[in-house]
Ligand binder design. Structure first.
Ligand SMILES: Nc1ncnc2c1ncn2[C@@H]1O[C@H](COP(=O)(O)OP(=O)(O)OP(=O)(O)O)[C@@H](O)[C@H]1O
Length: 494
């Protein structure tokens, strides 16, 4: 029954280096890996195509697989593409599909690539510290919405678990990873005997394996939903344990046969205990009345009853965003000193240094520091840089985006005219400065900045300035332009 991870593992394939081009997309840092795919941050290769959507590239290698396995990967990618293209708000959206042409990297040549909306993190990453009940309820509602949509469209997810629930930049809840999804014919469908052990319903352990695979019905997702809801309210604890697959199976089977009661963690609140108990009804028939649609009605009915005391939606989003804060690209709130509004909607962006040797260092060497501009409309020189430096990986709060600032080219040749107004780190009182968009791979949705008052000569369009890695000796106030360490590269726009 267990998914054959060894056979599907993508570990054997070499990673794609940041900056690698895949079709119209550029690969960034790896952000996740599963049994048969590695997921990277990505961005469009051309500025024209960059509409600000943060993307993730899911790379599914097929090289070296037996033909049957390669067909399975292709089939999984097809299912992911079909469901991703539906663009339902509860399912992660798919933007593009490609085949990787990489004769120089044999283990990746021919890999299938899905270009998706990029999430901030997965539900798994939120569970460790526990979620507030209101936030847990919001996330569970989002999962039920996605599941109800899938089931309405005649599909079973087949691998629902916290890793496959993604949290979007503004706290959206998306179901993802439709590699095991099964299309139903009437009430049921057939799937390969795979899945994640801890989320398989009791009947699945004993279902006969026919020529078409094992029988799957939507109630399998409902069982998995019960486990996930329990985890949401019990800081990741599961109702059935077992150190080995056999012990886990025995625990589930004993409960299903009536030999042991359902033991739920005391931390799970009363309303949710009832929901989890229904989702974990021992057999398909007992679970069948509790469809995703009905569970959704039940949850919404309870929310409506509590509406008077309910907190505004934005406030319930915040704990998730705070817990996800290690992942750049999401929205947070901070007082915006430029427009005087405290609590203006902003986003977090992570600083990116195009020099690979600087990306590998964690010692904040001044040679690897980057400058924030005082004014995005005047040449990027020492006079136009604030004293506080930033380094690759720093996460900055950004308030808005200026599309047409001074053109800048980084050491890798990426060019851009966009700038983000960011809060200067370690500055007191709070001050803002500007980070060129070539210095971050994140593309959060932000309001347009008011064009700053013109304070100096504007560089000519077409003669881009360098996004400098600044040597420590170069201090604010020097009249000479900031020099790039990569002296072999042409110095432009001094
Ligand atoms: N669109 C996305 N945005 C951000 N992170 C993502 C995205 N898609 C996937 N990830 C991350 O990558 C991880 C692996 O992705 P995914 O589950 O799709 O791969 P898989 O190989 O199909 O996994 P599995 O072995 O569970 O079937 C996820 O758990 C998640 O952390």
């Amino acid at each position: 029954m267990a998914r054959d991870r060894a056979a599907w593992d993508s570990d054997g394939s070499e990673p794609l280096p940041p900056g690698y081009r895949v079709g119209g997309w550029i690969v960034g840092e790896p952000i996740g890996a599963g049994g048969w795919a590695t997921v990277y941050a990505g961005r469009p290769a051309s500025v024209e195509r960059d509409d600000g959507t943060a993307v993730a590239l899911k790379v599914m290698p097929t090289a070296g697989l037996a033909p049957r396995q390669a067909r399975r990967v292709a089939e999984a990618a097809r299912r992911e593409a079909e469901l991703g293209r539906a663009r339902h708000p509860g399912l992660v959206g798919l933007l593009d599909t490609l085949v990787l042409h990489a004769p120089d990297r044999p283990s990746l040549d021919g890999a299938l690539v899905l270009v998706m909306e990029r999430a901030r993190c997965s539900l798994r990453e939120l569970l460790g510290d526990g979620l507030e009940e209101a936030e847990g309820a919001r996330i569970v509602t989002g999962i039920c919405e996605g599941l109800a949509q899938l089931h309405r469209s005649g599909w079973v997810h087949g691998d629902l678990k916290p890793e496959n629930v993604l949290i979007g930049r503004d706290g959206e809840v998306w179901l993802s990873d439709f590699g095991f999804a099964v299309e139903l014919t009437g009430t049921h469908g057939y799937a390969a005997p795979m899945g994640t052990l801890g989320y398989l319903p009791p009947e699945r352990w004993s279902e006969p394996l026919g020529e078409q695979g094992v029988l799957v019905r939507p109630t399998a997702d409902i069982w998995a939903l019960g486990i996930v809801i329990h985890e949401v309210f019990a800081a990741g604890a599961v109702p059935f344990g077992g150190a080995t697959p056999a012990a886990l199976r025995a625990a589930v089977q004993e409960y299903a046969d009536g030999g042991a009661p359902l033991r739920l963690d005391p931390a799970v609140p009363e309303f949710w205990r009832a929901v989890v108990t229904d989702c974990l009804a021992p057999g398909h028939a007992a679970r069948a009345p509790h469809t995703a649609e009905r569970l959704l009605e039940r949850i919404r009915g309870r929310d409506a009853g509590r509406a008077a005391s309910a907190r505004p939606r934005l406030r319930t989003v915040l704990p998730t965003l705070a817990a996800c804060a290690v992942v750049a690209g999401g929205a947070v709130l901070w007082p915006d000193p430029e427009n005087g509004r405290s609590g203006a909607r902003t986003a977090q962006i992570r600083v990116f240094n195009a020099e690979a040797e600087c990306r590998d260092r964690a010692d904040r060497d001044p040679q690897c520091s980057l400058g924030l501009a005082v004014d995005p409309l005047v040449p990027y020189t020492a006079r136009n840089v604030v004293p506080s430096r930033v380094w690759h990986g720093d996460v900055l709060d950004a308030a808005c985006r200026l599309a047409e600032g001074l053109p800048v080219v980084d050491e890798a040749g990426r060019r851009g005219t966009a700038w983000y107004r960011v809060r200067v780190p370690r500055a007191a009182p709070a001050a803002t400065a500007w980070l060129s968009a070539v210095r971050t791979e994140d593309r959060p949705e932000l309001p347009s900045c008011t064009r700053p008052a013109h304070r100096g000569p504007v560089a000519h369009e077409g003669r881009p300035g360098r996004a400098h890695t600044v040597a420590g000796r170069q201090q604010l106030g020097m009249t000479a332009p900031l020099l790039s360490r990569a002296s072999s590269l042409p110095q432009r726009d001094r």
